[in-house]
Design a protein around this ligand. Structure first.
Ligand code: RP5
Length: 163
């Protein structure tokens, strides 16, 4: 199936975080591709990837990186398709460095910055599905079903003392 979402990350070490974006896209039936693309270690590959994404049928890029996290911003500079940025939790500064690197884009080149770590990766996948769902009723139905199930799970486990 033609991938609609491109999940990229600065390092293999980001995968334990970014796999949560892939997991939710799997759940919602959204086709995606996954690749390590580093802003600092493979800058030419980053430019090639971002420049070619739209032409290859990718609709949204989810980019995760940690530390001096330039990947989402640089990807956004090379493509008109939306880029969602996931700050990976760094060991030294707990991901605050990643968050600030991603969220503080200059006006004119937006990156949709999500939360640090697993929640951000999950929500990036969900948000990508919600954006795609505007044009694809099957994906939107899957998003609605996911939300209903999430709500039902909370309502049926309302007593915090029970596991
Ligand atoms: C960033 O540097 C990556 O996104 C990763 O979060 C961080 C550390 O990378 P490794 O040294 O683990 O490859 O570019």
């Amino acid at each position: 199936m033609q991938p609609l979402v491109g999940i990229i990350m600065g390092s293999k070490s980001d995968w334990p975080t970014m796999e949560h974006a892939a997991e939710i896209l799997d759940k919602l039936g959204v086709p995606y591709e996954v690749q390590v693309v580093s802003a600092h270690r493979t800058p030419d590959l980053l430019f090639d990837y971002a420049k070619s994404a739209e032409g290859r049928g990718i609709k949204i890029i989810i980019a995760g990186a940690g530390g001096a996290a330039h990947l989402p911003g640089m990807a956004a500079s090379q493509t008109p398709i939306p880029v969602l940025g996931v700050p990976v939790q760094s060991k030294t500064l707990n991901g605050l460095d990643s968050l600030l690197s991603i969220v503080q884009m200059p006006g004119g080149v937006p990156v949709g910055a999500l939360a640090i770590g697993k929640a951000g990766a999950t929500n990036a996948g969900l948000m990508a599905a919600q954006i795609l769902g505007l044009q694809d009723s099957k994906i939107m139905d899957a998003v609605k079903a996911f939300r209903k199930q999430q709500t039902d799970t909370v309502l049926s486990n309302a007593d915090p003392r029970q596991s």
